[in-house]
Design a protein around this ligand. Structure first.
Ligand SMILES: O=C(O)C(=O)C[C@]1(C(=O)O)C=C[C@@H](O)C=C1
Length: 109
């Protein structure tokens, strides 16, 4: 075993990880694109950004899907909470912008 063997071994696995990370980020970006469309709809129907019941269902499905791949419940839960928090922030920005455009929420008088 030489340093070159180590370098090519770790290099191959790191390239594998880099390729997977790219797909993960693409998938996350697609999820945010869908959330932006949801935000437009919530704005139109004047529905709240945070939908607790739905969020609990999605968290549960993260946990179940993760368990199929031996990913810990705690990790899946934390992962969803992080994604959910940022999704709500992105959605709220869109809803507020939409409200400004449509003149809702303005102080009258
Ligand atoms: O289902 C929705 O209403 C969404 O906007 C998606 C989502 C999520 O990120 O999973 C975000 C906000 C809600 O609290 C519930 C779920």
């Amino acid at each position: 075993m030489t340093e070159e063997t180590w370098a090519s071994g770790i290099g191959a696995y790191r390239a594998e990880i880099d390729g997977i990370d790219e797909k993960v980020i693409e998938a996350i970006a697609l999820r945010f694109a869908a959330a932006r469309k949801i935000a437009e709809l919530k704005s139109k129907w004047e529905k709240p950004v945070v939908q607790t019941e739905r969020a609990l269902q999605v968290e549960q499905s993260y946990i179940e899907l993760g368990s199929n791949f031996s990913l810990s419940k705690d990790f899946m839960s934390r992962l969803y909470h992080l994604i959910h928090e940022e999704t709500c922030r992105v959605e709220a920005d869109i809803v507020h912008l939409q409200q400004q455009i449509e003149g809702h929420g303005e102080e009258i008088g």
